[in-house]
Design a protein around this ligand. Structure first.
Ligand SMILES: [Zn+2]
Length: 136
């Protein structure tokens, strides 16, 4: 391991140790902004305080451009992504690529329970009918 990477890892370990986790709560923050960022990350599903802190410290160590790209992607997620007016699949246009594709066989309609299933089926590039999801 290069010396620079070792020094960086040691600094990261020391920073992690500074934040003692007691009763699943981070007890010490050296920055209000750091605390707020960790809190926001920990609101995501499956992300606890420890993981949130690890991710935030990673971003802090990474370049400013990496963090900016993440922030811009999150802003664009809500401002540019919408739901297709026909099938309600996720799209960046009023009508999604599936519904606007003239090669799709409209005799077949596949309804799945989760948008992730739509993505998985579309990624196979084998299904040529119309597809949508219906959350229960
Ligand atoms: Zn559609």
């Amino acid at each position: 391991m290069p010396i620079r990477a070792e020094v960086s890892n040691l600094a990261s370990e020391r920073a992690s140790r500074r934040f003692k986790i007691i009763n699943n709560t981070l007890s010490t923050f050296s920055s209000r902004i750091l605390e707020e960022t960790v809190t926001e990350f920990s609101r995501l599903p499956g992300i606890g305080k420890r993981t949130a802190l690890r991710l935030v410290l990673h971003l802090l160590k990474a370049s400013k451009e990496d963090s900016s790209r993440l922030g811009e992607a999150l802003v664009r997620l809500h401002s540019e992504v919408k739901y297709c007016s026909i099938c309600h699949n996720i799209s960046e246009k009023e009508v999604c690529e599936v519904c606007s594709d003239p090669k799709r066989d409209r005799q077949f309609l596949c309804i799945v329970e989760d948008i992730r299933d739509v993505i998985a089926i579309e990624n196979t590039q084998q299904y040529k009918g119309i597809i949508t999801y219906w959350e229960v």
